[in-house]
Structure formats: C-alpha cells, structure tokens
Design a protein around this ligand. Structure first.
Ligand SMILES: Nc1nc2c(ncn2[C@@H]2O[C@H](COP(=O)(O)OP(=O)(O)OP(=O)(O)O)[C@@H](O)[C@H]2O)c(=O)[nH]1
Ligand SMILES: [Mg+2]
Ligand SMILES: [Zn+2]
Length: 360
C-alpha cells in the first residue's frame, strides 16, 4: 500500500463515506484527499451536495461538466474532485458501478440513477404490489449496473402467508438472496443489515409505497426521511420521496433512498437480460432452430418445458417482451447517436470552410 493510501485509510470521515482504494488510486496527487475529494450525497438541478473531509458544501459544475452528456455528470454516490476554491466539481472519478435506466418520456437518453453502489436492495411488499415481471426487469438493470442484487420483501406483518412470496421471489432468478422484514420493526432487520458494513453502499429501489424510506429510518434508528401511508383502495404509494439522497447510517454503511419509480425503461441490456433468464437460454440450446423465437416453431424445447410445467408461461412472455423492448430502444438510441455524429461532422466541415475562406 502507498504511504498516502495509508494516510487516507486513517481518514475516518472519508472511510465512513465509503472511500476504498479503487478511488484513491485514481487521484493524481495525495494532497487532494485533504479536502478536494468528496462524495455526492444529492443533486439538485445544476448544483450538488458534496461531503468531504472538511464538511458539506453545495457546489456547481465546471463548465466542461455542464456541457457533458447526463451520463457523465455527477450523480448521487459519485466520488468527485472539487476545484481549488471548493465551489465547483472539476472531475468525476471512474465509477465502480452505475445503476441507470432509459430516461422517462421522450428524452431517449440513458439516465444515471445512483453510482458506486455495492448492493441493490430491490424492495417489494408482500401484497398486490408484488410482481415477478417487475423483479425480472430490476434484476436485468442490476446485472448491467454491476451491483449485487438482494430482494427485500417488506410488510411481512400484514401478509397471511409470507412463504408464498418468498418462494415466488426465489423463482425469479436462482441464487439471488431474498430477505424478509417488517420495515417498522428493528428486530426483523438482521437479514438486511448483514449486507451492510462500514464502507458498503446500498441503494433502495422499488415502487412507491413499498417501504424504502421506512427501512432507511428503522436502520438508522431515527426518522431521517418522510414516509406516508399508501392508498387503501389500490395499495399504491403516494410518491413521498422526491429526490435521491445518500445517508450515512449511524451503525456504519451507506444507504441511498431512491423515489419510487413509475417507469423502468430499458436499453442496451442484451447480456444482462440473458443473465436473468439463464434457464430459458439453456433450454433454447436444445431448440431445433438456432434462431428459434419460442413462439410457434416446431421442436421448441422452451415451449415443451412450458407444456411440461417446468417453465412458467408468464416468465417466457416477459423474457420475450424485455428482449423486444430492449432491441427497439437500443436501435432508437443508436440512430439518435449517429444523427448526432453526422450533425457534429457537418458543423466541423462548416467551420473548416469558413476558416479556409478567411485564410484565402
Ligand atoms: N405494516 C407495515 N407497514 C409498512 C412496512 N413498510 C412500510 N410500511 C408503511 O408503508 C407506507 C409507505 O412507506 P414508505 O417508506 O413511505 O414507502 P416508500 O417506498 O419510501 O415510498 P416512496 O417514497 O413513495 O417511493 C408507510 O405508511 C409505512 O409505514 C412494513 O413492513 N409493515
Ligand atoms: Mg420513500
Ligand atoms: Zn425455442
């Protein structure tokens, strides 16, 4: 270990914020650790809250960052280097992981949600809100993010039979841990707590009203975030949390509370969808046709597995739906990017002609 890596290891503040050697190694100069290195705890429009050795600051972005694509701008969880006046973010350090989705609406831009997370708590409750298809979508996004997924089932106190939900959650992808809790009761949180240690960062994602902020408050031991009851008639949440924020837990570890997401659009996820539906991909190797779409083709091993009750029809339908949605969105993104490149070329050519005229 470098001398200054050791010095950094001694900085309690930065270590409690989740600083690990992966980030320290990216610094050009050890003196940056003293106060210019910090972690983004929230982002408000053009300004970000950054916590460093010397405290918390609301800072702007450098001009270069203001002009960069949204995926390159700081997001909650990022490690950043501030300028000398400590009023602007100059650099965003390379990320260890990044949870992102295709932006909602017509923006058609990849939107970063949270950076440098080790664990993604995919929170869902033991009631009508629980849907395998949504979990599969989250798991594909999580695989792409490069974080460890943990499914957290809340509201066990309100469910008649929790086991049914646990079994359903286990069936979504083999090997993904499933934890159960009554988020209001600290005595039921050992399973969730076990995933957090001093430098670990976890993010809470899931629909509105499933109990993400309640979990945060109970883990912290006091009310940090506002929570509110769900609508009685359809059990839907009221979108209580409105911005993403990183919190340091008194018992150690970091937790990012994310507002309930209405839309989870996907793009550029080919490999990650495959990873979640590994069982179907394995079966597909035995289909008669290499390009079988498991629709009506003869000799389809996947359809045969459904007939023999070895595979759920819903699961296959969702797999095909995610692949279709992903292919369409990826094609649109590529088209938009190549249009952007063509436009940039045109502008460059225009400038060149102008320059030649000036010179002649
Ligand atoms: N009985 C019971 N109630 C819970 C549990 N978890 C959450 N709740 C309640 O569910 C409601 C919604 O909880 P929130 O923590 O606000 O939900 P959220 O996921 O943060 O929702 P958004 O911020 O809208 O995304 C609150 O009334 C909580 O008290 C649980 O495990 N058991
Ligand atoms: Mg909330
Ligand atoms: Zn097939």
């Amino acid at each position: 270990m470098h001398q200054w890596e050791r010095t950094a290891a001694m900085s309690e503040t930065l270590q409690n914020l989740g600083l690990v050697p992966f980030f320290i190694r990216q610094l050009s100069d050890p003196s940056l650790l003293a106060n210019r290195l910090g972690r983004v705890t929230s982002v408000q429009r053009s300004r970000s809250t950054v916590v460093s050795e010397s405290g918390e600051r609301l800072v702007e972005l450098s001009l270069a960052l203001q002009k960069s694509a949204s995926i390159d701008r700081p997001v909650v969880g990022d490690w950043v280097v501030l300028d000398e006046s400590l009023s602007r973010i100059e650099n965003v350090l390379e990320r260890k992981s990044l949870f992102k989705r295709l932006g909602a609406g017509t923006s058609n831009e990849i939107q970063p949600i949270a950076a440098n997370i080790d664990i993604l708590f995919i929170v869902t409750s033991c009631n009508e809100e629980f849907k395998e298809s949504r979990l599969e979508r989250y798991l594909a996004l999580c695989a792409e993010a490069g974080a460890m997924p943990v499914i957290v089932l809340t509201k066990t106190d309100l469910a008649g039979d929790t086991d049914i939900f646990v079994q359903r959650a286990r069936g979504v992808r083999a090997g993904v841990p499933v934890e159960t809790t009554n988020a209001l009761d600290p005595d039921t949180l050992d399973g969730v707590r076990a995933w957090l240690d001093r430098t670990a960062t976890a993010a809470l994602v899931g629909s509105s009203g499933v109990g993400k902020s309640t979990l945060l408050n109970t883990l912290a031991g006091h009310a940090i975030a506002v929570t509110s009851d769900i609508r009685e008639h359809d059990k839907k949440g009221r979108h209580t949390t409105t911005h993403r924020e990183l919190h340091v837990l008194p018992s150690g570890g970091l937790l990012i509370d994310v507002p309930g997401m209405r839309e989870l659009r996907i793009a550029e996820l080919d490999q990650s969808i495959g990873a979640v539906f590994e069982d179907i991909q394995l079966l597909a190797r035995q289909c008669r046709f290499a390009d079988c779409e498991h629709d009506t083709e003869p000799g389809c091993a996947v359809l045969q597995a459904i007939q023999q009750n070895e595979l759920d029809e819903r699961r296959l339908a969702n797999y095909r739906k995610l692949l279709r949605e992903n292919a369409l969105a990826t094609a649109t993104l590529n088209e938009k990017r190549s249009q952007g490149r063509d436009f940039a070329k045109l502008v460059k050519a225009g400038k060149r002609i102008k320059q030649q005229r000036l010179e002649s």
